[in-house]
Design a protein. Sequence first.
Length: 505
Amino acid sequence: MSGTYLGMPAFPEAAAESTRDRRLRGNLRHATHTIRDKRARAVAELDDWSALRAAGAALKDRTLRHLDHYLERLEERVTAAGGQVHWAADAEEANRIVTRLVRETGETEAVKVKSMATQETGLNDALERAGIRAYETDLAELIVQLGDDLPSHILVPAIHRNRSEIQEIFRTRMADWGRPAPDGLTDRPADLAEAARLHLREKFLRARVGVSGANFMVAETGTLVVVESEGNGRMCLTLPETLISVVGIEKVVPTWQDLEVYLQLLPRSSTAERMNPYTSTWTGTTDGDGPSAFHLVLLDNGRTDTLADTVGRQALRCIRCSACLNVCPVYERAGGHAYGSPYPGPIGAILTPQLRSTASALDASLPYASSLCGACYEVCPVAIDIPEVLVHLRERVVQGGPAVVRGEKVVLRPARGHAAERAAMRAARWTLDRPRALRAGQRLAARGRRLVPRRLPGPGRAWTDTRDLPAVPAESFRAWWRRTRGDGAGPAGGAGPTDGAGAGR
C-alpha cells in the first residue's frame, strides 16, 4: 500500500494521543451518532433487508471464487467499448501507469473524484513528484487537501473537522490552490458549500484529465459505476478529454442484475438515503459524449494475497459504506488517523493487515483495535464477520504460520512482543486440560485474592494500562453450584471443588 502513512506509530500509541483530544472526540461523537441513527431508520423501511444483505454477501463470494473469469470478461468488454485496460500488481506500478498516462496528454493538472484506491496507492504524492497537480473535488476531500491533512473516515474524510475549522482552512488556504475564499466567509454550511463550488468550478471547466475510482464494475458490459451526492463526480467523469479510473480488482460484479442489489444496500448503509443523488455509469468511449480516451487501471496491491486466505477473504466483500465505523466504540474515541491507513475503523483493522501484511508494528497492532463487541458485523450490508477475521488475524500475529505475501507462499514468524502471551496461552491450555490442576489453582487464587494487584507487572502491564484487573471472587462457579444445588456434582456432571477462585466463572 501507499507510503503516505509511513512512520506512524502502532495503534495503541496513536490512539492514546487522539483520545486525549476532546474536540476530536466531540466531533466524532456527534457525526457518527447522527449518521448511524439516520441509517437505522432508512434500513428499517425495507422488510427484506436481511434477504438483500444475504444476497449481497452471496454474490460477492461467488464473484471472488471466479474472480479471474470476471476480470477477463471485464477487460474484453472495456476494450470492445473503446477503453484501455492496464493491470497494476502494486501501488508503485499503478502510480507509474497513471503518471505516464497523464504525461502523454501533455497536461500538468487533473481533477479527481473521491477514490479510496488512489489514497491507498498515494497517487497524489506520486503525481506531485512528477510535476502534476491533482485537485480533489469531493467537498470533504477538498477540506483534507487544503488542510494538509489525512482522511479519517471512508465516507466523510473530514469528519474530524467542525464548521469553524473548515472556515479557517478555506479562508487561509484556498488561494494557494486556486480561487480564494469569498471575503467575509462565515461558517454557515451554505456559505462553505458555495465557497467550495466557486473554487472548484474553474477547475472543472479547465481540466483536460480526470482521475476516478469506481464503486462497481459490471463485467457483463464493461461498465463502471460511481455513486455520490455532490455532483462533482458527474463533472469529473464527463468534462475532461481523458478519464483514468483506478479500481481494486474486487469491485467487479458479474451482471447488471447483480448491481441492482448493491445499489439498494450501499446508499442506505452509507448516507442513509434510498438512492444516491448521482449514480454515474460509463462504458468505454462514445464520439461526442464524454471523454474521448478512457483508461482502466485494475489494482491488485495485496488483494490476491487476501483472496488466498479462506477466512480473511470476506474483507474483499466490502463496498466501502462505512457503516461499521459509525457504530464502533473504538473508532468513535480514537478517530481514523490512529489506524495509519486510508481504511480506518473495523474494516481497516482487517483489510489493511491483509493488504500490507503484519510485518510492521502498526499493521500487527490493528487486529487488536477492537473490543470484539460485534456491532460492526450487525450493520455490515454484506455480512462481513469482522470479529471472526480480527480473531483470525490476532492468531496470525501471535503464532505466525502460513500465508501468501506478494503472491508467494511464506511462513510468517510471530510478531515481536507476544512471547509472554504465547507462554500464558500454553500454560492456560495445560491447566484447562487437567481438572485437578485447575481446581488447585482455583483454591490457591481464592485464598490469595486479597494479594492480587490492581496492575500487572512486566508484559502484563500493557493489558492493565487500559483495563482494570478483575477482582477474584471468593467462590468459584463450581463451588457455588455445589453449595446451591447440593447434589455434589458440578454443572457438567463432574465433581465440584469445595472452594476456589473464579477461573470457572
